[in-house]
Write a protein that binds this ligand. Structure first.
Ligand SMILES: *Cc1c(COP(=O)(O)O)cnc(C)c1O
Length: 223
């Protein structure tokens, strides 16, 4: 079942769009099943759970951290050497990641999470904060963090127009930063992470090149 879904989604994704299989709240055996079907990028949202899985699963798994991260968990997370932290939602967190990465002697790839959805509970930068950050070349103070792109979520609604509009707003930020990239000396800004189980085809239509799919692969999480 897991393997079939992995294969089905890989076949459905256009070339150049990567799949992050969101394995949070599912056991290591489920990850193993997806791994055996060829999946390599996995998404986790809690540091402790990631730590447990890193210990028992193959070392060539590409772990993406996608959950809200408290600054007091940053050092632990960085010590696990995640391939990417997609959910950087404040400058304070970005600075903490940079400092911890410097101490650990690694360069950490991150995405900035932008908030466009109507839910108040979702974390992230406002679009104008992100534009301002790049206009001011804020990234120049980072020594051990590489900002690779933007992550975002659409409103949790059946209103497809609303979801499409949200994805367009997220893509718009990504494109605006990308247009400035050479002028401001920004390199390797190439990742637009959007789209989940219920809305990923729409996200891909709007330009996503990294989808984060959990329940459609692993089943419901029961929380
Ligand atoms: C849980 C989660 C997902 C996956 O959600 P599904 O609806 O299960 O596909 C994707 N992105 C983020 C940031 C998440 O927290």
């Amino acid at each position: 079942m897991i393997a079939e879904e992995i294969i089905r989604i890989h076949e459905a994704l256009p070339e150049g769009v990567r799949l992050c299989a969101v394995s949070k709240f599912h056991p290591a055996e489920a990850v193993r099943e997806a791994y055996d079907a060829g999946q390599r990028i996995f998404g986790e949202s809690r540091v402790q759970e990631l730590e447990q899985k890193v210990k028992v699963l193959p070392s060539d798994i590409v772990w993406h951290f996608i959950g809200h991260l408290q600054t007091n968990k940053v050092r632990k997370l960085i010590s696990l050497h995640p391939a990417m932290i997609e959910s950087v939602d404040s400058l304070r967190l970005l600075e903490a990641i940079d400092e911890a990465s410097r101490k650990e002697g690694v360069v950490t790839k991150v995405l900035l999470q932008v908030h466009v959805a109507k839910e108040e509970t979702k974390f992230g930068f406002l679009p104008e904060e992100i534009l301002e950050y790049f206009d001011n070349k804020g990234f120049e103070t980072l020594t051990s963090t590489h900002i690779c792109g933007i992550m975002g979520m659409a409103s949790n609604t059946d209103d497809r127009e609303r979801v499409a509009t949200d994805f367009r707003s997220i893509a718009d930020i990504y494109n605006k930063v990308g247009e400035k990239a050479s002028a401001i000396g920004l390199r390797g800004f190439d990742t637009l992470s959007m789209g989940m189980s219920g809305d990923w085809p729409l996200a891909v239509e709007e330009g996503s090149n990294l989808v984060r799919i959990g329940s459609a692969i692993f089943g419901s999480r029961g929380y």
